[in-house]
Write a new protein. Structure first.
Length: 169
């Protein structure tokens, strides 16, 4: 808990410094978020996954520690692991963003999970999401809603989207 409190205070300081200059800019001094997208929801669907590319142009690693949006009851950071031959989603506490590198979130890896969605995500809309990083603080990102069948090349969605038995690490 001590560690969490420290991360949060760092984040708050960064927010105060950045919010005026970078509101909705999808960047901080060191991180640039591009190609943020989420699939349109199918009828009755109440959860969805968001993907993006994060470019860290600094010599320091950073970590995504949370994501939040007003359009979902809960937002988690997830990865996809293969267990017994099945691809399953698992919650993670943080996602490492290495120094001088490009982190690509995708349907077969890291993603932001939106749970208890308060409304369907409709193609063409944008979903405002606030991402929180350990060093860079908050970055506001608009996720573009793509067609339900959208699948960038080489990014196959896992067949098993079962959230049952999922535990935080
Ligand atoms: Cu997930």
């Amino acid at each position: 808990m001590k560690y969490l409190a420290k991360s949060l205070s760092t984040a708050f300081l960064a927010i105060a410094l950045q919010s005026a200059a970078f509101a909705h800019d999808q960047t901080s001094a060191n991180l640039q978020v591009t190609d943020a997208w989420i699939r349109a929801s199918a009828p009755g669907q109440t959860n969805g996954a968001g993907y993006m590319t994060i470019n860290n142009t600094s010599h320091h690693p950073d970590r995504m520690i949370s994501a939040s949006t007003s359009v979902a009851g809960r937002t988690e950071l997830h990865t996809v692991l293969t267990e017994d031959g099945l691809a399953k989603m698992r919650e993670v506490n943080a996602i490492d963003i290495a120094a001088n590198s490009m982190a690509k979130f995708s349907p077969n890896g890291f993603h932001v999970m939106f749970l208890q969605m308060k409304q369907p995500f409709k193609e063409g809309e944008t979903i405002p999401v606030t991402l929180k990083f350990e060093k860079s603080g908050e970055i506001k990102v608009d996720f573009v809603v793509k067609p339900t069948t959208y699948n960038p090349s080489g990014q196959n969605a896992p067949m098993n989207h079962d959230h049952g038995g999922m535990k935080p690490n």
